[in-house]
Design a protein around this ligand. Structure first.
Ligand SMILES: *[C@@H]1O[C@H](CO)[C@@H](O)[C@H](O)[C@H]1NC(C)=O
Ligand SMILES: [Zn+2]
Ligand SMILES: [Zn+2]
Length: 348
């Protein structure tokens, strides 16, 4: 396969991943679980029963129960990239006179990222509890569109506040529920959406910065080697100049780990940038991914033939509008970064 084909395949895969992540975020049935189920069904007749049971239990534990597996995986990948950057790229960049300041930016970004990551993991996303529910019920009015008043959660035995949802993984209701994130082993809700957004942006920035530094280093390596001016004699005895394919091949053979890391970082960057943009968009229009997903399939009973007489609809229903609840960008962002706290009865 030539280089351009490879690159086209790569871009297609990345774009598909971005679309899939945007499309299915906030949904219980992710494409991964569908894929796993499908693979499981296909191989079911030829796998022994104990293995089926074991893999089902493992998958269940991984995706449907709280566990720290993805946090460890995250730290492991991060440590690998950091070690690779420090031991191979850093020294080379120092040799080619990259300033210490620009070389320390990845480490600073890493510290910021780790802080946001930690806060995402540790912060309570806004669990609905018996003690706080009186205040939590008053934070948002019911829109009678996606959230109806007087509905109780069967598991928690508590009235569901508007914009809340029961997280099946954590087994609790969470206020302004966005989604359950396996990477931080926590729900993303009212109190930690801000850290989640900052986390996404700092990961993108860190991945992008390391990728740029690494790309710069590889470019210098190519220029230094004089490969661009090199030529070779082909089978017919003709002189051929070394094309881009040749250069890529040379880089792969000389710096296999660095090239692999760069590919991985570019992939992560585009994937997470798409995801971060999607979440910023949601933040700007005052929506959670839960609501975003729900309102896609929403059919107003007003227009629906089976609408009942007591059905309440907003005076001017505009169902097609995505930014249905938006009160202006600044106020929407204010709500994310300074989430309204439940009012305590005792304080009044
Ligand atoms: C966001 O939307 C909710 C309804 O879902 C609304 O009650 C709230 O006032 C909105 N907040 C802002 C800042 O627009
Ligand atoms: Zn619940
Ligand atoms: Zn959860």
């Amino acid at each position: 396969m030539d280089f351009l084909t490879l690159f086209a395949v790569y871009v297609t895969v990345v774009l598909t991943c971005i679309v899939l992540v945007c499309k299915y975020s906030g949904q219980q049935q992710t494409p991964f679980s569908i894929l796993f189920n499908f693979v499981g069904k296909v191989f079911a007749p030829i796998t022994p029963r104990w293995l089926q049971k074991f893999s089902q239990r493992t998958l269940h534990r991984l995706f449907h129960q709280r566990n720290n597996m993805f946090i460890y995986l995250h730290i492991l990948i991060e440590a690998a990239v950091l070690a690779e950057f420090t031991y191979e790229v850093f020294g080379f960049c120092r040799d080619m006179d990259t300033s210490l300041i620009s070389l320390s930016v990845p480490y600073i970004l890493l510290v910021i990222k780790s802080l946001c990551f930690y806060l995402c993991i540790r912060r309570d996303p806004g669990t609905v509890t018996k003690k706080k529910i009186a205040g939590q019920l008053h934070i948002y009015p019911y829109d009678r569109r996606l959230f109806q008043p007087g509905v109780s959660c069967e598991t928690c035995n508590l009235v569901k506040p508007a914009r809340s949802k029961h997280c099946r993984v954590c087994n609790r209701c969470v206020q302004r529920f966005d989604h359950h994130c396996v990477w931080v082993n926590n729900c993303i809700g009212a109190q930690n959406t801000r850290y989640f957004l900052l986390y996404l942006f700092s990961v993108c920035a860190a991945a992008g910065d390391v990728a740029v530094l690494t790309g710069d280093m590889l470019l210098h390596a190519v220029l230094r080697s004089g490969l661009l001016r090199a030529s070779y004699i082909d089978e017919e005895g003709q002189q051929q100049s070394a094309g881009p394919l040749f250069v890529v091949q040379h880089l792969f053979l000389t710096f296999p780990r660095i090239v692999f890391m760069l590919g991985f970082l570019v992939f992560v960057f585009f994937l997470l940038a798409g995801y971060a943009l999607f979440h910023s968009y949601l933040a700007l229009v005052n929506q959670t991914s839960n609501e975003w997903y729900k309102s896609r399939g929403y059919v107003c009973q007003h227009c629906h033939p089976t609408a009942t007489a007591d059905h309440l609809c907003s005076p001017t229903p505009d169902h097609s509008k995505r930014n249905y609840y938006s009160r202006g960008i600044l106020r929407n962002l204010g709500e994310i970064f300074f989430p309204p706290r439940p009012v305590h009865k005792k304080d009044n």
